[in-house]
Structures are given as structure tokens and as C-alpha cells.
Design a protein around this ligand. Sequence first.
Ligand code: UTP
Length: 458
Amino acid sequence: MTYSEAGALLARHGQEHVLASWDTLTRDAQAALLKQIDSLDFTTLAAMKAILAQPPAAPSDPEPGAALSPAPAERRAAAEHGAAALRQGKVGVILVAGGQGTRLGFDGPKGTYAIGPLSRASLFEIHARKIAALERRFGADVPFYIMTSEINDAATRAFFHDHGNFGLSAARVKFFIQGMLPALFPDGRLVMETAGRLFMGPDGHGGILQALQRTGMLQDMRQRGLDTLFYFQVDNPLVEIADPAFLGLHRDRQAQFSLKVCAKRDPAEGLGVIARRGTSGLAIVEYTELTPEQKAARTPGGDLQFKFGSVAIHIFSLDFLTATAKAGLPLHTAHKKVPCFDGGRIIAPDKPNVFKFEKFIFDALPLAERALALEFDRAEEFSPVKNATGSDSPDTTRRDISRKFARWLDAGGIRVPRNEAGDPAFFIEIDPRYASCPEDLKRRLPKGFAVTGDTWLR
Ligand code: UTP
């Protein structure tokens, strides 16, 4: 693309300001800017501008969605079926790790954050070790697909490389990069990061649908004989990756999109809830879409009506991912404070000044003809690292790791000293390769084992 072609294109879309500082740029910066302009998708840009001009109409009123809570016998049978699929090498794992972790405020990919209370193992290491444990337990390959963004891809790959892929075979750890989207000022103009560069951000975890196809990952999955993909987010070290019972239920019911849901902590907790809209199937309704009355409404039994929050633990059939790869998921806006270049100078805003756009994976849920929501116990499987302090922070996650493993020790008949609040008096951590469930742990613990201080079993 030449300068004059770029100028004409931008003028047609009311974006002439992008080239306003052209004469001040080095030749390399000019070339890079032309390349950025060339890669812009002006159809999407028009859709983004239209959303700012007129936000999409609020969808019809949601009805609460139900979740499955299978009886122990059904759960055991499902776990057998899930285990069989793992043994047959039909299951792969997808991790979305392309986010920027702004709230945590940590320099580097969030997955490199050292969360292990005693091991200081990173989030990535904990996830990878669980996959290594699955491969050993089921005697089959469990390919690991990791979505990064242009911003953190190199650092993520280097981290895995420097740690020998945490014991996983390099042939089965596949990185793929999600797409990027520009940001807009409220008046619809493209945001510039510097005089010569457009501001671009990752296109949201919903960008995975297109990214899987564009990068050849769907084909890779098919070639390896996979048909079921377990999906999770980088910030939750408690996740039970490829939980056999969840896999079995998903497969037994021939679901296309399954999700684990848990009771919300309180009406104000910012989780999307499962719901039904009109006659269509399950959907996730964002926290912000519910009125205060809907959030607080209770059933006669005292439960929240919109009780079940989604924590982004999903299973997809490969056929569903393939069929929806081209689905245009809706764009969501976020009004953010973004330092940028405008009017010939760098601006450091003190309040939100631009709109960023993202796609969310759960918007694919209504596209599934067969979907399943499974209730789970959040204490066992969900404690995300979102914030630097307070709730959902490293402190609460480390506490929840200790609590979970203390319960495993309790189940094995080991007494774990507790403090006055009922919490373990020490940090407890168990390497996934040492034991991957309470039964496993019970078998492995040496005779006479006792907890007398911080305890790291590995
Ligand atoms: P969050 O919505 O918590 O965002 O992402 P984040 O980027 O990690 O953190 P904040 O909001 O900036 O503080 C949930 C999961 O989705 C992934 C994240 O890496 C995380 O695993 N994600 C998010 C992507 O892979 N790509 C994105 O564009 C956004």
C-alpha cells in the first residue's frame, strides 16, 4: 500500500488524522504505519463505529437457566466414559492466555506469575504439570493449545522454552496468536498509540474461534484424532483440567458446548449467569445486563434466581469449533483510560477516554443446539488471580490452594492443624504429579505422615 492509497482509504472512512504526523516519522515508521493501515478490516471498523453511535438494542428478558447436578452413580459412570476418551487420545486442552492482566498489574504474561504458595510455581507451570499428570495417568497424549496475543506471544513461548515445556513434549504444546482490534475515541476516530502507530488490543477470548482456524489449529486437532476440547483461563490454578466426569457427561449427551457453573458468592459478584432467552437454548447473560432487581431476585427456597455463574471452564466438540469458526460474535465495548497520541501530542487521561472492543467466547453458546451446564463446587475448582489485592488476588488464591489440599489430606485421614478461623495453620501444596485427586494422595502418603508446618508434597 502506498501513502496516497492509504490517504484515500482513510479519507473514505473519516480517519484522515491517522496520517497527520506522517512527515515527522522515520522511513521505517512510515512503512510500519502503512502496513498497519493495510491490515485494518474496514468492515469491522464500520461495525464498531455503528455500535458507538447506537449501542445494540437490549436483548429480550432472560429467564434463569438450570444446571445439572448428577447423582453420584451417574457422575461415576460419566467419569468412566471421560477416562476412556482420555485413554483413547480424543481429548485436547485449550488455554486462553492472550489477555493483558491489567487489573493484576504484573509485568509480563499473567501465566508467568508465581502463584504456588510454597513452590512459587507459575500459573503456566501448574497447568502444564496437570497435563503431564493426565498423560501419565491415562497413558495417552493430551495436546495443549495455548492462545497468546501479539503482545505476549514471544514472552510466553520463551517462558515455556526456558522451562523445558515443564516436562511436556514440545510437539504437543502449540501456541497460536489471537487477532487484534483497534480502539476508537467516542467520536469514532481511530486511536493512535504514538504519532506513527495505531493503538491495537487483543480481540477478546472470543477471538479464539477465528484464531483456531486461521492458525491451522483446528486442522492440527483433527489430524491428531481429537474430538473434544477442554477450555479454561490462565488465572485459575484450581481448575480440574479435563475432569473426566465433565468430559463424560459432555460426550454422553453429545453436547457441543458444555460449561461448569457455580453458585454466585452474592448478588453483586460480577460473574455472567446462565439463562435462557425466548425459545432459544442456553446463554450467558453478562452481569451488567441484569437489572439490580434481577440480580437480587430470589426463589421461594431462598436461592438467587440467577444463581449460576459461569467461570469460563468449558468443553467444546471439535465439530462445533469448526462449524462456528466463521461465526461473527458480537463486539462488546469497554470504556478505558488509555494514554494515546491525539492532536499532535501524547495524552495521559485521568478518566476513560477511549472505547476498546472485544469478543466473548460465551456468545457462541446460543449457537449450540446441544449445551450442558454442570454445577460444581467453587471451593474445589475456582479461585482466580484477577486483582493485585483484595478479593480474587494472589493472597486469596494461595489461601484457597492451601484450603483445597488440606481437605485432600483430611480425606486421607491426616489431621491438618487449623487456626481460629478454621483455615489451615500452614501453607499446603501438592504437585499435580504427586497426586491428582484425594484418592491418589491417600495411596501415596507414607505411613505415619503428619503435618507439622508448611507442607509441599512433590
Ligand atoms: P480477563 O477478562 O480476566 O482479562 O481474561 P485479563 O486480560 O486476563 O485481565 P484484565 O481484565 O486486563 O485485568 C480472562 C481470560 O481470557 C484471556 C485471559 O488471558 C484470561 O485467561 N483473554 C482475555 C485472552 O486470551 N484474550 C483476550 O483478548 C482477553
